[in-house]
Design a protein around this ligand. Structure first.
Ligand SMILES: Cc1ncc(C[n+]2csc(CCOP(=O)(O)OP(=O)(O)O)c2C)c(N)n1
Length: 660
């Protein structure tokens, strides 16, 4: 039992570390850590199950600081509880180049940072994915191996962001009752009191989304503890509204927006030291307080060891699966299964839309990998993401492998990040390429974090036809390609689709977007090759020596390039066709390979039913681009391709014009 006095001193250690680090960095956000220090102290010293010396323990509770600007809260907690990665020097170097203590918590910088937060609303939505993963894995491996809580601290900003509604609606629907969110109800954001911009009754809102809600004084440790215990018993996710004072303890600035995001200043810090009775020097934590925190860090060692014993005692196959999946390794049988499938494709030469080819590839993949968990933002029949193995998950039955995310692309993408971060599962899901814009902030964070999530993005051009320009992506391939560390695949036929899926799955440290067509495409890869040709990003599909013309194309436009090359060849113009299923992988090849593929034909043409941006790297600024330079239009897709001049005839004419 921790006395009130001890509790206060432990919470004050967070407050002073945060204040002092922000002061030294001369930037940062002291208000939130000072305000929620009591909540965090109760959680970390009495409830959170974690082991700083074994931070990757799969059954640990997850803690997400959704209000990432309060990063010093998390860094203080990690230092105080004894994580090796966050030393007092790291705290001193808060926000400095090369430190682990970045401005906002960054996944991968230090153990204990469960996700990258900062863009408000993402963390709470990640946590929904973590809680979902916990529930799913608990169903699959049993509570003896997977049974933990997911805790979140979210601020007013997180709850104002639209993504939070998508997230809480999904969590409420799925009854993710081991998800517990502390709302830092401090009535302050940057511009001033919340009342200048929001009048939401958050309790009513959460309850309407099928959550349990509790209200407490966020500075009363026993009330916080009682609320956590009540939440743990709930059959719904719980939101605990914690009334707090931002910048608690600062005599002149507490409770105002002045403590939100600026250093307090030497004078106010001195006054706070006095007010809270804290005599220690900056960055010094009195030994009795540090000892108490370090003891709190040891609280779950026994639970962790008992869990390890249970894993050891588990049936051999189950244990091996669990260990493999949490290590993020694929089944060895995946590659042979893809090879066998490619062999079949070479024999049958089917000509489906690539969205259907993706479904067929997934049928093979999902048969081999039990860890894939599919889904769609209410477009299952259009995205073709559901296979015979992936039954739907329902609030009462998590034995399935398919999530109906509802019409919530942003929430879906953020939940997928949470699922991947949790471990044990590989999330993939479906949406329209056009609505990748709705997921973009989460896709970007997946790329920044370097995690394996796979977005199936169908209806990838004017080729979707009649739905018209609101649904026809034009700039989306270019804009996704602009995100560092994201692989953007655009396969040309069923074989390339299978290869791109394999590459996406094998990319453990980056997310993938797979752009797929609605319309049928002819097989362009007609011979079996064991090698994954898409792995180099671009390759010779139709070689030609001393080619006068080289046509580069992706996805549905490869067929156009092939037909154009045949017409040009018939006219005696030697033409090469290069398929470019993944620009990013191509850019990673050796200089020699890239040069060889780009080649030195006098005429270089790129064909892609999107904007030119990005293509000059391959065709040069004097190259010819056959694609889109405006929004699309509504009509049958064949008419649209003619209307916008993306046809074999247009490619032939462009080549001839350049050669003449
Ligand atoms: C998506 C997004 N928009 C804007 C910001 C900039 N921002 C950082 S903190 C903040 C205000 C948040 O207020 P609140 O959650 O109440 O935090 P507190 O003032 O209590 O620290 C804003 C607008 C951001 N980080 N993310």
């Amino acid at each position: 039992m921790i006395s009130r006095e001890k509790h206060d001193r432990m919470a004050n250690a967070i407050r002073f570390l945060s204040m002092d680090a922000v002061e030294k960095a001369n930037s940062g956000h002291p208000g939130l850590p000072m305000g929620v220090a009591d909540i965090a102290t109760v959680l970390f010293t009495r409830y959170l199950s974690f082991d700083p010396k074994h931070p990757g323990w799969p059954n640990r509770d997850r803690f997400v600081l959704s209000a990432g600007h309060g990063s010093m809260l998390l860094y203080s907690l990690l230092y105080l509880t004894g994580y090796d990665d966050i030393t007092i020097d790291e705290i001193r170097n808060f926000r400095q180049l090369g430190s682990r203590t970045a401005g906002h918590p960054e996944y991968g910088h230090a153990a204990g940072i469960e996700t990258t937060t900062g863009p408000l609303g993402q963390g709470i939505a990640n946590a929904v994915g973590m809680a979902l993963a916990e529930r799913k894995l608990g169903e699959e491996f049993g509570a003896e191996l997977m049974d933990h809580y997911t805790y979140v601290i979210a601020g007013d900003g997180c709850l104002m962001e639209g993504i939070s509604q998508e997230a809480i609606a999904l969590a409420g629907h799925l009854k993710l009752n081991k998800l517990i969110v502390f709302w830092d109800d401090n009535n302050i954001s940057i511009d001033g009191p919340i009342s200048i911009a929001d009048s939401t009754d958050q309790h009513a809102r959460f309850r309407a989304s099928k959550w349990h809600t509790i209200a407490v004084d966020g500075h009363d440790p026993e009330a916080i503890a009682a609320a956590i215990e009540e939440a743990q018993k709930s059959d719904k996710p719980t939101m605990i509204a914690c009334k707090t004072v931002i910048g608690f303890g600062a005599p002149n600035k507490a409770g105002t927006h002045k403590v939100h995001g600026s250093p307090l200043g030497a004078e106010e810090i001195a006054a706070t030291r006095k007010a809270l009775g804290w005599e220690a020097e900056p960055f010094a934590v009195p030994s009795d307080v540090l000892d108490a925190w370090r003891l709190a860090g040891l609280r779950s060692v026994k639970a962790r060891k008992e869990w390890e014993e249970r894993l050891e005692a588990a049936e051999a196959e189950k244990k091996a699966q669990f260990v493999r999946r949490f290590a993020g390794e694929l089944e060895g049988s995946l590659a042979p299964a893809i090879s066998a499938y490619k062999q079949k494709l070479a024999e049958t030469k089917p000509s489906p839309a690539t969205r259907k080819a993706s479904e067929d590839a997934l049928e093979v993949i999902n048969g081999v990998l039990a860890e894939t968990i599919g889904g769609s933002a209410d477009l299952t029949g259009s995205n073709n993401t559901k296979t015979s193995q992936t039954h739907s998950i329902t609030p009462s039955d998590f034995s399935g492998r398919y999530i109906h995310y509802g019409v919530r692309e942003h929430g879906m993408a953020a939940a997928m990040n949470g699922i991947a971060l949790h471990g044990g599962l590989i999330p993939y899901s479906g949406g329209f390429l056009i609505f990748s814009d709705y997921c973009r902030p989460s896709i970007r964070l997946a790329a920044l974090m370097g995690i394996r999530v796979i977005h199936v993005l169908t209806h990838d051009s004017i080729g979707l036809g009649e739905d018209g320009p609101t649904h026809q992506p034009v700039e989306h391939l270019a804009s996704l390609r602009a995100i560092p560390n994201l692989l953007v695949f655009r396969p040309a036929d069923a074989t390339e689709t299978a290869e791109c899926w394999q590459l996406a799955l094998e990319s453990r440290k980056r997310p993938s977007a797979i752009a797929l067509t609605r319309q049928n495409l002819m097989a362009v890869r007609t011979e079996y090759k064991e090698e994954n040709l898409c792995a180099r990003g671009a390759y010779d599909l139709i070689p030609a020596s001393a080619a006068q013309v080289t046509v580069f194309a992706t996805g549905s436009e490869v067929e156009i390039a092939v037909k154009a090359s045949q017409a040009l060849a018939a006219k005696g113009i030697s033409t090469r066709v290069v398929s470019v299923p993944c620009v990013e992988l191509f850019a990673e090849q050796s200089e020699e390979y890239q040069q060889a593929i780009i080649g030195n034909s006098p005429v270089k043409i790129a064909v892609e039913a999107g904007v030119r941006q990005g293509w000059d790297h391959i065709i040069g600024s004097d190259g010819t681009f056959v694609g889109m330079s405006s929004f699309g239009a509504s009509g049958p897709y064949k008419d649209l391709y003619k209307h916008f001049g993306i046809t074999p005839e247009a490619v032939v004419a462009a080549a001839e014009a350049k050669l003449s």
